[in-house]
Design a protein around this ligand. Structure first.
Ligand code: SF4
Length: 155
């Protein structure tokens, strides 16, 4: 029989710390004096239409995956119509909005106020990169590939 709550390993502790740091970075982003107002129009979730896919760090993908699983879901679905796999076409909403990655918070949407200038958030980007480097992963990946990598046994 499978143990439901295995004893945390050092790797679990590392992953938990990384996820906590990603949340802290997102919270710090909210305090930046750059005005943005996401209206949840979800235009940016349709990658095929926008021609843009957010890149994210490994630690961010781990947070997304944690949020996904916390909602009781298991496998991540195949994206429909070129949309983000986290986008729910039935409700027209992001399924993990509170855990959406930095790119979704800063880059794509003109309706929310336009993209951040990189210099405005460079320190936060660096913190996300360092957090993943501590887990032994350096390269950001496009959203789908980052989720695939995170799914490969890191939680
Ligand atoms: S993670 Fe959520 S907000 Fe970001 S593109 Fe996917 S569905 Fe949209």
């Amino acid at each position: 029989m499978r143990q439901r709550n295995p004893t945390p390993t050092p790797r679990h502790a590392q992953v938990s710390a990384a996820i906590a740091e990603v949340r802290a970075v997102y919270a710090d982003l909210e305090t930046r004096p750059v005005e943005r107002d996401c209206q949840r129009r979800t235009g940016c979730c349709h990658f095929k239409l926008t021609g843009e896919v957010p890149s994210l760090t490994h630690a961010e993908a781990l947070l997304m995956l944690k949020a996904w699983r916390a909602s009781g879901r298991k496998n991540i679905p195949e994206p429909a119509d070129g949309a983000c796999p986290m986008f729910d076409a039935k409700t027209a909403a992001c399924r993990i909005y509170e855990a959406r990655p930095f790119g979704c918070r800063t880059h794509f949407c003109a309706a929310a106020g336009g993209p951040y200038a990189r210099r405005e958030v460079l320190d936060l980007i660096r913190r996300l990169e360092v957090t993943s480097e501590r887990l032994g992963v350096r390269d950001p990946r496009p959203l789908g590939a980052a989720l695939d990598r995170a799914s490969d046994g890191h939680l």
